[in-house]
Design a binder for this molecule. Structure first.
Ligand code: F6P
Length: 338
């Protein structure tokens, strides 16, 4: 059997561990041939490939980024959606000309949707969920998330000492796209006083009152973790919006840090390496068993899989019932609405 692997969408720490997990299992356990398709779905169209062997897959477990390159492919999705049959034929031809028996697509929500569409075209595909945002429906966790939370927590830890020295309010804006998972997990682990999430929205009066109340209690500084996806009424990034508003409305010196791509770069945590390894191995197993059109997943303590049709177009988001929200609230941490 010949298996192709591609990575698509924003990168996440643990992709290389996953490529290695798929590849080495496919080669060593199932005797398959494996090729890497470079730069996402466009590499499939252009047949931009590299042979993956046991030795070429060595030494990449701890590497950040993706050895295959990635892209946010709009043209490809348009081609699958196109009313013109020729566009879809071109995609199918590329798959068949490469002699593939299955294509493994490692990516986020958009990628899983595209993978499902490929499955609907009749191609054998397996999806592997990947994103620092942890917002993929159908799996409890995605690789990349743990590393991002570690980096963001370390950043919040570092803000505590400088905030305390200067008696300042410190804002930190964290990634996550439309989801607040990174901000919730890092905010709670880093001891933030206010955590603002896109899913919950905010009431500025609640935020301001909380900061004033802390100062009145003799707490000389406050840490606010805000997700990049929080919708604010101006064109500012949320971190800048809240910094300006808080300074204006409280008179306290306020500073922002936008952590950005640091959250996505560098070496994956041991947890993400092992998660990628397990998910990758399960993807190879699904191919061996001929169970296509599925996404590998971690559900509870089990490595499992779900139909791509159930995943496509959905998001996994924080809710008011999420355990860390409930517990944070019980401890007096503000979520911007309480
Ligand atoms: O999905 C991962 C992510 O880093 C999001 O947290 C962020 O909103 C987005 O990607 C940034 O995308 P890009 O790499 O296209 O700038």
């Amino acid at each position: 059997m010949k298996v192709g692997i591609l990575t698509s969408g924003g990168d996440a720490p643990g992709i290389n561990a996953t490529i290695r997990g798929v590849g080495k299992t496919a080669i060593n356990n199932y005797g398959m041939q494996v090729i890497g398709i470079q730069n996402g779905f466009s590499g499939l169209l252009h047949k931009d490939i590299v042979e993956l062997t046991d030795s070429s897959l060595s030494g990449i477990l701890n590497m950040g980024g993706t050895i295959l390159g990635t892209a946010r492919e709009k043209v490809f999705r348009k081609m699958i959606n196109s009313p013109d049959e020729k566009d879809r034929e071109q995609i199918k031809n590329a798959y068949h000309e490469l002699g593939l028996d299955c294509l493994v697509c490692i990516g986020g929500n958009g990628t899983q949707r595209t993978t499902w569409m490929l499955s609907e075209l009749g191609l054998n595909v397996v999806g592997v969920p990947k994103t620092i945002d942890n917002d993929i429906y159908g799996t409890d966790v995605t690789f990349g998330f743990d590393t991002a939370v570690n980096i963001a927590t370390d950043a919040i830890d570092r803000l505590h000492s400088t905030a305390s020295s200067h008696r300042r309010v410190m804002l930190i804006e964290l990634m996550g796209h439309h989801a607040g998972w990174i901000t919730l997990y890092a905010g709670m682990a880093g001891g933030a006083d206010i955590i603002l999430l896109p899913e919950l929205g905010f009431n500025m009066k609640v935020v301001i009152d909380k900061i004033k109340e802390r100062m009145e209690m003799g707490k000389a500084y406050s840490i606010v973790a805000v997700a990049e996806g929080v919708e604010v009424p101006t064109n500012e990034k949320p971190g800048f919006y809240f910094t300006r508003e808080i300074q204006e409305q409280t008179g306290f010196e306020t500073r922002e840090t936008v952590l950005g791509y640091i959250q996505r770069g560098g070496s994956p945590s041991p947890y993400d390496r092992n998660l990628g390894t397990l998910l990758g191995g399960h993807a190879a197993q699904l191919i061996h068993e001929g169970r296509f059109g599925r996404m590998v997943a971690k559900l509870g303590n089990q490595i499992s899989d779900v139909p791509l049709s159930e995943v496509a177009g959905k998001l996994s988001l924080v809710t008011p019932e999420t355990d860390l929200v409930v517990q944070g609230k019980r401890m007096g941490i503000s979520f911007g609405i309480w």
